[in-house]
Design a protein around this ligand. Structure first.
Ligand code: FES
Length: 115
């Protein structure tokens, strides 16, 4: 695993692009955190792994359009904003910046996550 420090945080390598094909969501755990990493039409998005409803495992959910669907009660979360759609619109998950460097997938963790 490699990391690059910026003013706002650290880019931490979590996997490689071959492990996250289009239409899939996987669990990654950089620096003790837990996230669901989704590939939607070739673009990667990271959100908190625990559903805010009843802590369902979003990394075991499915990807539909721009959303991850929780496997427990089917709440949907937009991976771009973290916001759930109605009727569960009061729920949201945190989102994290994702980038690829060659075939390496990196997530930006803010400094306070490491401390
Ligand atoms: S735990 Fe995710 S929708 Fe209920």
């Amino acid at each position: 695993m490699t990391a690059e420090t910026t003013q706002t945080g650290n880019w931490v390598e979590v996997t490689t692009t071959d492990k996250i094909p289009a239409g899939k969501v996987i669990h990654v755990a950089p620096a003790g955190t837990h996230m669901a990493l989704a590939n939607i039409a070739g673009k990667l998005f990271a959100v908190d792994a625990r559903c805010p409803h009843k802590l369902g495992p979003l990394a075991r959910g499915t990807v539909q359009h721009n959303e991850i669907v929780c496997p427990w009660h089917r709440f949907r979360f937009d991976v771009r904003t973290g916001q759930s759609a109605a009727p569960a619109a009061t729920f949201s998950v945190r989102t994290y910046p994702v980038r690829t460097v060659d075939d390496r997938v990196q997530i930006l963790l803010e400094h306070d996550i490491d401390n």
